[in-house]
Write a protein that binds this ligand. Structure first.
Ligand code: ADP
Ligand code: ZN
Length: 723
């Protein structure tokens, strides 16, 4: 027996399978998709078995595989095929596709040591005839009533009694796997659906055996989540399984417990705040068919369910559904559609502010559009007021206009809560010298350092570099360094001065790095322990606080000023999302947006909650400029430690594209937005095209040509979320 094993060759962008013999004693365990360890050069590597055959090529002396890593197969037939699709469409290696689909503990990589968590139980072995002590009798009693008892618990009663009972063989000890996570629930009534919710459910269930894609376009609070749950429940009654993707950040107890209350223990939950062991357990629960519903962030789209009835992507416009920091650069929506075809099941997208691409497809009937135009029970959307900071500038207190301050005072007096958004963390975004103009920049990146007051450090948000703040300017030696620009830390400081009697809690990347801190902040704010929640875009999504009646946006321009063709879209989405946190229950909500660009259409359409108006305007701009969804885009990045190598290679590649891509518009080469990150120089070429046929073979040739080049790295992002 020969197997072909796919291994990861560290740092090389190469796919290769190698042939190995299977020793007699392992033959019975070998299956396609199982993990094995193999000798490779002078190392031991893990890999996946992709083929099994009996053919032996006698000209080679083959080595034997050493071990089978898991009892169960890791990559089933569907995932094996899905990996090939990902590799083909994102131009990345097959091994990277397989690795990305699996939790860390199941990847074919060395040095990951996660195993099953075992527990020891005590069982009754024979009828008790002899005389027992009190503690012995207590232990036996507990085993009899519960059927079994954790050894640890029995030992709390008496360690010596446990020993004696074991020795006398009255009880026996067994070892069994226990899962690290348990999901419990306190069951609550579900709501009778509104007519429009019911219609949405019926439309989708009528086509439950097709691979149709639906877009539920519904304002925040229109009851989309209830619609998802109803569909899932109906399918569950037929024994069918569901995947629900939600943005990483809204995977809080709030949404998860709504699902748990309804579906109790048939749920697995996957998000990045789980430990490796917890992820490993959740994944195996799914693979073994012990759960029927999987809720998770992006990578939950790979959940190894075998009989999927529906795939739901909530807040489908969320950019983290696209993996863009490493290969393969896949979009969860594409994976959902592929799996929908494989399982003949519908894909349901939901959003108040769908991406232009999605809404355009819905308008062309590629997706079926379901509109939920109103909030449940006709609660009104909050009133939005725009504050022109050009006019208010002289009357501002720090970063707060008079209007925002008085609105906050009114709200807080009524004992209602306030959410404030500023999409920039740290204290200030730039530290520069008033005397000579020097700015503190990252030594590794082409970006200015952010000042963090709580730790009195300057930090780079790209590479993590950190240093103490200088007292004097390193250039002119004057004590004239000052901070410019505002981050959440500074707003927090201003809040303490403006509202000394109110409790403020800040939620951003810096306050949520510890395990559990994220849930803790949300829980304590929901419980009314704080009056004001201040945060970055983290606070904009999915949260449901009944007592929040005022949302303030400190500066709407932070996202508007990002040099990217999607900046208006992102701003519009963010403003609508955060506005949706206000007035979700019986009390009427209000939103105040501070901006230097009050006339900008993204802000104006957000003010009137006019998605369609925004869509139409933005589509005409994309049309004029030739951007997505009218054209497809691909970014080719050329990365090198050497400026000269990066530059000359980009020019060469640019010429190559011009020669070989006659039907494609080629922009660049130019320097990337951030020209240098972590001492790597970055150039980019943007390709715009109507049909993708032309570009795939050329890009494949390019990858092939550079895959063993140690000086220059080529990084390709097809349909990027940012350029
Ligand atoms: P969305 O997901 O569109 O933001 P949700 O499903 O979270 O909307 O619903 C918003 C609020 O309305 C929630 O508090 C939810 O419990 C409540 N709700 C949803 N559907 C109904 C209904 N049919 N009857 C009463 N309340 C409902
Ligand atoms: Zn840096």
């Amino acid at each position: 027996m020969i197997v072909k094993v796919l291994v990861e060759l560290s740092n090389k962008n190469i796919d290769k399978t190698f042939d190995y013999l299977v020793p007699e004693k392992l033959k019975s365990q070998i299956q396609i998709g199982i993990r094995v360890t193999v000798p490779f050069a002078h190392q031991i590597l893990e890999g996946f078995v992709l083929e099994i055959s009996d053919y032996v090529d006698s000209s080679f002396e083959l080595k034997e595989i050493m071990n089978v890593v898991d009892q169960d197969i890791v990559l089933n037939q569907e995932l094996l095929e899905l990996g090939k699709y990902i590799s083909r469409t994102t131009l990345s290696t097959l091994i990277s596709a397989y690795q990305t689909m699996l939790p860390k503990a199941l990847k074919a990589k060395q040095g990951v040591n996660v195993s099953k968590k075992m527990a020891h139980y005590l069982l009754l072995k024979k009828e008790v005839s002899e005389k027992l002590t009190d503690t012995q009798r207590e232990i036996i009693h507990q085993i009899q009533t519960k059927g079994r008892l954790l050894k640890k618990e029995a030992e709390l009663i008496s360690t010596s009694s446990v020993k004696t009972l074991l020795k006398k063989e009255i009880i026996e000890e067994v070892e069994e796997e226990v899962y690290r996570l348990h999901h419990e629930s306190d069951f609550k009534e579900k709501y009778p659906l509104t007519p429009s919710q019911q219609k949405a459910v019926d439309t989708i269930l009528d086509q439950k055996n097709t691979d149709a894609v639906f877009l539920i376009h519904g304002v925040t609070g229109s009851g989309k989540t209830e619609v998802y749950m109803e569909i899932i429940e109906k399918l569950l009654q037929e024994g069918k399984e569901s995947i629900v993707l939600v943005p990483e950040i809204s995977l809080t107890e709030q949404i998860v417990s709504r699902f748990q209350n309804r579906f109790t223990d048939s749920i697995a939950i996957l998000h990045s705040r789980l430990s490796d062991g917890e992820k490993y357990d959740e994944w195996r629960k799914i693979a073994r068919g012990e759960v029927k519903i999987v809720i998770g962030a992006r990578s939950a789209i790979f959940a190894p369910l075998k009989n999927i009835g529906v795939i739901i992507i909530d807040e489908e416009h969320t950019d983290s559904y696209k993996q863009d920091s490493c290969n393969p650069k896949y979009h969860a929506l594409d994976i959902a559609k592929w799996r929908g075809k494989y399982h003949h099941c519908p894909v349901v997208l939901g959003s108040a502010t769908p991406t232009l691409e999605t809404y355009a497809r819905a308008k062309k009937n590629v997706y079926q559009l379901i509109e939920l135009n109103q909030r449940v029970n006709h609660r009104s959307l909050p009133e939005i007021q725009i504050i022109d900071m050009n006019q208010e500038r002289k009357k501002m207190v720090g970063n707060f206009s008079c209007s925002l301050i008085s609105a906050m005072q009114d709200t807080l007096e009524k004992k209602e809560q306030v959410i404030l958004l500023l999409n920039r963390r740290g204290y200030s975004s730039v530290v520069s010298c008033k005397n000579c103009g020097y700015t503190e920049k990252c030594p590794n990146c082409d970006i200015s350092l952010t000042y963090h007051k709580s730790s009195n450090t300057l930090r780079c948000h790209y590479c993590g570099y950190g240093t103490k703040l200088n007292e004097c300017c390193p250039e002119c030696r004057e004590k004239s360094l000052s901070t410019l620009g505002t981050g959440t830390e500074k707003i927090e400081e201003e809040l303490h001065k403006l509202f000394p009697n109110q409790k403020v809690i800040r939620m951003d990347f810096d306050t949520t790095s510890r395990k559990g801190s994220h849930d803790r902040i949300i829980k304590s704010f929901a419980a009314g322990e704080y009056d004001i929640l201040l945060g970055t875009q983290m606070i904009a999504k999915g949260l449901d606080f009944p007592n929040v009646t005022l949302v303030g946006v400190i500066n709407a321009d932070t996202s508007l000023n990002i040099p990217d063709f999607r900046s208006s879209e992102v701003t519009f989405q963010l403003l609508c999302q955060v506005a949706g946190r206000s007035g979700r229950r019986d009390k009427k909500g209000k939103v105040l947006i501070q901006t230097f660009n009050p006339e900008h259409y993204a802000i104006q359409y957000a003010k009137t909650h006019d998605y369609l108006g925004f869509f139409t305007k933005e589509m005409s701009i994309r049309h004029q400029l030739g951007y997505s969804p009218y054209y497809y885009l691909t970014v080719v990045r050329i990365l090198s430690k050497s400026y000269d190598d990066a530059k000359s290679t980009s020019n060469k590649i640019g010429e190559y594209f011009h020669k070989n891509l006659p039907n494609t518009t080629i922009l660049g080469p130019s320097v990337a937005n951030v020209f240098r990150i972590n001492n790597i120089y970055r150039f980019q070429i943007v390709l715009k095209y109507k049909t993708e046929k032309e570009i795939y073979p050329i890009l494949n040739q390019l990858i092939d040509h550079y895959k063993t080049n140690s000086k220059v790295k080529i990084d390709i992002d097809i349909n990027p979320t940012h350029i």
